[in-house]
Write a protein that binds this ligand. Structure first.
Ligand code: SF4
Length: 360
């Protein structure tokens, strides 16, 4: 190795509060780190020059040692229902997707403005109904890259709908609990009073159901919402579409035990995501078994109308089947919501845009 090689610049937006403080403390008082933190995460500033209350000597040192890596917008698609999908290029030259989903109230004003963010490029989980799963795992995103997706979407929500972001969901590309530290650090940047000051209950992390990580969330006393992708109450069926279920450590038994641990320890309920696949998991018998399973812990079930991905062989259930499924769950006293697919006239199923643009 060439010893004269200059050290790599520090990716300052990826630093946690603690790591930023350590960096600043090498030459300056810790309160300077607080000032820099606020510039980045409260005011969205992306240049050291604009940090007017930070001494010039510190700004110069940071500019020499660090880089401010930003997402590069590549593409933006807008659907007829107002959903906006973004494609960003990372410093690595790979691409990620972010989706802005407005819900409109009676007077046509947005009543809710949700951003769906990615936490990884590609995904190792390989669910057979998912476009991102086709890519395999490519890389983790840093906390800076995760929060920047929301900051960029915030600007567009303001310009297009004159609305702030009301909700953030980690349901884009990747399995967030496999990028645990960066995701929790991103949530600190979203929720801290001296950063973006968003309420934790407005944030949902959706997981394929990694039992040990769900226990870790409980031990870390996280306050955001947890959603778990279930898609079938039967081990054999779930395993056939979600490879994660084939391992004893993460099968349905292990998963349900971890959820019970989580709800007991945190006092929070969980949401089960259940994608309705025609002829696969949408019968009344499926609904009965699902009700039995989810009653084990405080929860609700969110039924998702699948947004088909070409070539994967799944289609969405029809309305009649959906209604029979809902009736059965309601009869069994399960709390049910239905999520309709959004942005159907653009490439809106997670991962579709990035699959088309991936760098090989
Ligand atoms: S559904 Fe989620 S966990 Fe499964 S492959 Fe797709 S991104 Fe990964």
């Amino acid at each position: 190795m060439d010893k004269t090689q200059a050290p790599k610049p520090i990716d300052i937006l990826s630093l946690s509060r603690t790591a930023l403080t350590e960096l600043v403390q090498k030459t300056d008082a810790p309160f300077r780190a607080k000032q820099i933190w606020r510039w980045f995460w409260k005011h969205g500033i992306r240049s050291f020059d604009e940090m007017s209350n930070v001494p010039e000597s510190l700004r110069t040192r940071l500019a020499e040692e660090c880089e401010i890596r930003q997402l590069e917008p590549v593409e933006q698609q807008r659907a007829a229902d107002g959903t906006i999908k973004f494609l960003f290029r990372l410093a690595s030259d790979r691409h990620v997707e972010t989706v802005l989903i407005p819900d409109f109230g009676r007077e046509g004003r947005p009543s809710r403005m949700t951003v769906c963010v990615s936490s990884q490029v590609g995904c190792a989980m390989g669910c057979s109904f998912c476009a991102t799963g086709l890519m395999g795992f490519q890389q983790n995103l840093t906390s800076g890259e995760i929060v920047e997706q929301i900051q960029r979407a915030t600007t567009v929500a303001k310009e297009s709908y004159d609305s702030p972001i009301t909700n953030v969901v980690f349901m884009g590309m990747g399995e967030p609990l496999l990028n645990y530290d960066a995701v929790l650090d991103a949530i600190e940047k979203l929720t801290a009073e001296d950063a973006m000051a968003m309420a934790a209950r407005r944030i949902t992390v959706s997981t394929v159901g990694l039992a040990t990580r769900i226990r870790q969330l409980a031990d870390d006393a996280t306050r955001f919402n947890l959603a778990v992708s279930l898609h079938s109450p039967f081990d054999s069926k779930r395993s056939s579409i979600m490879p994660v279920n084939r391992k004893a450590k993460t099968d349905l038994t292990a998963l349900m035990e971890s959820i019970q641990y989580y709800t007991d320890k945190t006092g929070q309920s969980v949401t089960y995501e259940y994608c309705m696949f025609s002829g696969f998991n949408d019968t009344v018998a499926d609904a009965k078994e699902l009700a039995k399973l989810v009653r084990k812990a405080p929860s609700k079930v969110n039924l998702i109308m699948y947004n088909p991905v070409e070539g994967l062989g799944f289609s969405k259930s029809d309305e009649e089947t959906l209604n029979a499924f809902i009736s059965q769950l309601v009869a069994e006293r399960v709390i049910v919501t239905v999520r309709r697919s959004r942005g159907q006239d653009i490439d809106a199923a997670c991962g579709q845009l990035a699959v088309q643009n991936q760098t090989m």
